[in-house]
Design a protein around this ligand. Sequence first.
Ligand code: ZN
Length: 229
Amino acid sequence: MNRYQRLRALSAFHSCTLRSARPDAFGGGEPVFGMRQSPIDIAPERVLPGAAPIEIRFEHDANFVRRTDHSLEVHFTEGSVLSRSGVVYRLHQLHFHTPAETLLAGVPHPVETHFVFEGDLGCFLVVAAFMRAGRSNPALRDLLAHVPDGFDEPSPFPSFDPHLLLPERLGHWAYTGSLTTPPYLEPVEWVVLKDEVEASAEEISALEALLGMNARPVQPMNGRTVREC
Ligand SMILES: [Zn+2]
């Protein structure tokens, strides 16, 4: 169990009522998940106003980069934070999905970056940023040049600047969902940024070759609301 998985498991015991989606419980041969699972397909015509704005402050404090069997992760030391409605969340790690897990009107982007933040009570907030082919992205290029050869071998990565993996404007869609990897804990607050970032087609192809297909299929909305700001 890696540090992220340990944190996820520990979070189930915190008072923010994170719950496992009970992957051990079966009904009709299918795992029984919660009613607020991620990712989702965002239908822009059904979005309501009223999402709270966010602020993000990054420090150049990346700690290490690691390949897992699921993704490529950059882990951070203390310092980078997100604040929303007076609540502060600390950046724990970021990782990538190819193609994007979150769909927009049924369509995936080639890449979705997940910035995993954790609040004081062990609650998670994930910021999702889409990437499309365009100009070269120096942050992704830097990261691709530091990919460790082996799996689960943290490689020091002290001066990574994640700014360029986020768009300048932080307008977004917000909803309540889950982690998209086992144990699919709920609730997780999701912030899906509207503006995309660019990377070159070659950089995106290199990431795709590294990760393969690592996107969970979209999950039912079950009456949830997506709000925007
Ligand atoms: Zn993810």
